[in-house]
Ligand binder design. Structure first.
Ligand code: FES
Ligand SMILES: [Fe+2]
Length: 378
């Protein structure tokens, strides 16, 4: 068994060097990247605390006062609609740091459960009982805000005080993600899955077209037509590619209304993309999905799958029934993936794994991990 490696940035930079070779000479990342708490902390500081992160859909916050909470790599936040504006802020009371909002819903105010400090929906402190004689400026107290941005109906946040301008971050994705017009779609359903592996195994797996005809032979793998892929690499660690497959039903037939903007490409159209670091996008002729991958710990990940459909799909009398089948099918596919990614995690934790070479079908993974190693190893 390997001696444990201190996974600091320079150690990771060395361990990741074989991934940074050209694809044909590259090797997968070794265990330390997936199983060490130090590497997890570097992922948090160097990636999740500095990058733009998608936290959900604007349509999840339809009315003033609607809110949802998230825990982002250990940082609790609130995202809320204050009047017309979507705001994001830290979910921690200004008194002792207790979370003031839980789950999701509609609120006129948030009341801290510990000593009853009261905040409005935008995070402004409006009441702090029994604080007479205190010299703190409570009248101007407010929960620290996070920067927010909006793209095709998605809400993005950034923890950094000086983030890259959002427009600059997203610019490279606008044209290659032509198929992903979720501003013209509606949220039809959401599936949340907990997986016992590192977040990168999920992010890689969702770009891994190499496994599809094997691991998914009994589900959608049998519809995959291509063996060669024209990966389009996007600066900053993004990627996009298009290929031939079928809608996500057991027989490959269409379940929902065609997306008008891909109609010309036929029923076999499939598109895949990743927005760095933790978003995966997937398209079929009749449906779009966005996967948001949230690291929980080095060995645990939560995946939020947003299922987007064209508005005509909702008029179908069989809509509910079709959605039930679609969700069941997604869960079956995820269960197939879970076997592989959780197995990789067990091997990463054992320390015995020797990383192997990459197929040309793993070009997308190679591109994303090159950017990843560059960032955590810096
Ligand atoms: S911790 Fe919130 S009121 Fe004391
Ligand atoms: Fe898969």
């Amino acid at each position: 068994v390997n001696a444990p490696v201190d996974a600091n940035a320079s150690a990771l930079s060395g361990l990741g060097a074989p991934m940074r070779r050209p694809l044909g000479a590259a090797r997968h990342l070794p265990s330390e990247f997936y199983a060490s708490p130090e590497a997890f902390e570097l992922d948090k500081q160097k990636i999740f605390m500095t990058h733009w992160l998608c936290v959900g859909r604007e349509e999840e916050l339809k009315n003033a006062g609607d809110f949802f909470t998230r825990n982002i790599v250990g940082e609790p936040i609130i995202v809320a609609r204050e009047g017309d504006v979507i705001v994001a802020m830290l979910n921690q009371c200004l008194h002792r740091g207790v979370e003031i909002a839980f789950g999701e819903g509609n609120a006129r105010r948030f009341i801290c459960p510990y000593h009853a400090w009261v905040y409005d929906v935008g995070g402004k402190l409006t009441r702090a009982p029994h604080m007479e004689g205190c010299d703190a400026d409570l009248a101007s107290g407010a929960l620290p805000r996070l920067r927010t941005a909006s793209w095709r109906g998605w809400i993005f946040i950034n923890f950094s005080e000086q983030p890259q301008p959002f427009e600059e971050f997203i610019a490279g994705y606008e044209a290659p993600l032509w198929f992903y017009q979720t501003d013209k779609c509606q949220l039809a359903g959401k599936v949340v899955v907990d997986v016992a592996c590192n977040w990168k195994f999920v992010a890689e797996n969702l770009l891994d077209i190499y496994h599809v005809s094997t691991l998914h032979a009994n589900t959608f793998g049998k519809f995959l037509k291509n063996n060669r892929f024209d990966f389009q690499y996007i600066a900053g660690g993004g990627v996009c590619f298009e290929y031939e497959s079928a809608p996500l039903t057991t027989d490959g037939s269409k379940a929902f209304s065609m997306l008008p903007w891909v109609e010309a490409r036929g029923l076999g159209f499939a598109g895949k993309a990743a927005i760095f670091p933790n978003m995966n996008l997937s398209a079929r002729a009749d449906s779009l999905r966005m996967w948001i991958i949230w690291p929980v710990s080095e060995g645990r990940t939560q995946v939020h799958i947003y299922m987007m459909l064209h508005e005509d799909s909702f008029k179908d009398p069989a809509f509910e029934e079709k959605m039930t089948r679609y969700k069941d099918y997604m869960r079956a596919i995820v269960a197939e993936d879970q076997v592989a990614v959780e197995s990789m995690q067990r091997l990463a934790a054992s320390g015995r794994f020797r990383p192997g070479p990459l197929s040309h079908m793993e070009g997308a993974i190679h591109h994303v991990l090159n950017r990843y190693v560059e960032l955590v190893g810096a």
